[in-house]
Design a protein around this ligand. Sequence first.
Ligand code: ADP
Length: 658
Amino acid sequence: MSPEEITDAIKSGIDPYADAIDGTAVRQALHPPLTDLLCAIHLARWFSDSDPLIGPFPPGLTLIRVADLALRDRLEDAMQLVLPFAWEALTPGPKSFPDNAVLVTLEKASSFSKSDPREKFRESLDDALAKGLGVVALATEPSDLSEGGRMLLVRDVTWPVFDGGAVIELLRATHSATGEVAEAELRARLSENGKIANLPWPVVNHAFHARTSLIVADRLSAARLPANPTPRRTLDDVCGLPEVTGELRHLVEDVREWQADQLDWSDVSASILLHGPPGTGKTMIAEALAGSAGATFVSTSYAEAQKAGHLGDYLRTMGQQVDSAIANAPSVFFLDELDSYRARHKSGNHFSSYMHSVVNGLLEQLTKLNEAPGVIVIAATNHPNIIDPALIRAGRFDKKIAIGSPKKDGIEAILSGHLGTDAIPLGDLSLRLVGLSGADVAAIARAAKGAARRAREPLALCHVLAVVDQRVSNPDLEHIRRKAIHEAGHAVVGHVLGLKSGHRIFVAAVGGGYDSPVPPVMTPDMADRELAMRMGGRVAEVTFLGSVSTGSGGSEHSDLGGATDLAIDLEQEYGFGSSLLYSPVAPGDRHRMPDELRDRVERRLRGAEECARAVVEANRHLVERVADALIEHRELDGDELLRLLTRDEVDRPIEEAS
Ligand code: ADP
């Protein structure tokens, strides 16, 4: 055929590559046994390139991982049919299939029987293995196998996602007289990644009844997906975090390009760790990203997966959620409370072997997610420092984004966003709310709307003010001044000792903070300076006000809590003290530290306090300057703070010149 004739044929729905040479006989199966065919195709792929030393059916266990229970049922029948043929084709010899190898399937749990189907499955596995047979097992994952099965596992394959490539392979068998199909054209028609895998099997079967390969492809790509749980919230609903939403909008663009086959998924930075205090919108951001990208949102957390029961069930539940994210790509897989997966050595002895398995299971799943095209992984944590380092090592998450409590402008945006109006002047009021989380601010807006509704009045500033007065005490100036001196103390000690400057400092009726980056790697000298910076707030309070307040302690996340943790780690984990022994102390064991260790930690903290005191004494003017600015503006960003801290350095040449 000439190129023009080929184009014309394709246009009219005829696949010229598939027709026999005389142009007539397209071999089209009437009731194409698609599952059987798929089975044969995958078996051929797995076994034809199998290791010649172990052969296609080695005397041991071949695990085929199939997470979807319905598919596993269908596959069992298909395998029973196909395996004997595969056996004969690949293992020429006197013995036929059932005599030398068997298929064992893990059935789904029945609501009539209380027994765990895994018990029967494991018994059958062990029976067959004891007889020296080759076993092909259909199950979810290696933890389903018996102990003997796990030890004799020689091949571990995962049932592939049903995609355009698989459709084309099927079409070669069902709709071609030659084994050829119009591959490029079919790929173009089936290009919408992630869509085919989601089609229910009857829809796929229906499509395969079409006359030609091209019409099958058209039917598959025209089939509308069942309702996709894409969240309704989008990035437009996330207020006051322009850097974060800006970055995520790039990711949304990348997803679109990937869907249009213009971008390879391996070029997309698709895993993000969001860290920051509770209520700052981490969950919302993940959901909004899915909403904007038109992606499925799959959300889980340690607590949620724990509900599944014991370890095996927990890992299985997690695995099912992961598979669902992969099968429904594009999707956002959201893993909340990542800090629940505590560092294995820090979670106390009785807990650590359980945690070890949990963290290993999660690592396996994360690897799977990281490799799956179209799946964005977002993890959230309130305490990035206590997560098992293996979970957040370089490469596991492409980006780590800190989300703090919103700044004044952000608060104003969240308020007006949740109030649904820009008409109420919220500037002054927002200042009072600095220090609250986005969730607190949203709750204030909801309460104000509720109050207006109940009073049957149009929403106005007075409704918002009433809620704020009720929930946020009026700023007590003395308290604000103490907080300002405290936060300024941290900033000045850090700056003078040469630590990286913080990106935000603020004081509020409800707390305050100095957000400074923790150095990723520390020398002993840097660690001492970091400790001194953490003591800077307390020391400044004593220097300027003559006393300390409770503001430096009270929780494991307070200045003293963090400084104590760091000092213990320096002594017991980093070899910065008198011993080189690696001997971590679990948080639960800290109150029972030996006296000798307590003394060493105490000495470190006292030393840091002395150092901070010397810096504050010598730089009183700097502390006062930053504190005054804080009292006036309540919050400063990194640049504003740095300008205040370095003003003298900039001024000096001018003074000298005059
Ligand atoms: P986190 O996951 O960090 O604990 P959430 O995402 O659960 O916080 O936040 C709770 C609620 O607070 C959100 O559903 C939303 O209504 C509100 N919220 C928090 N931050 C923002 C924000 N930046 N913009 C709009 N609403 C926000």
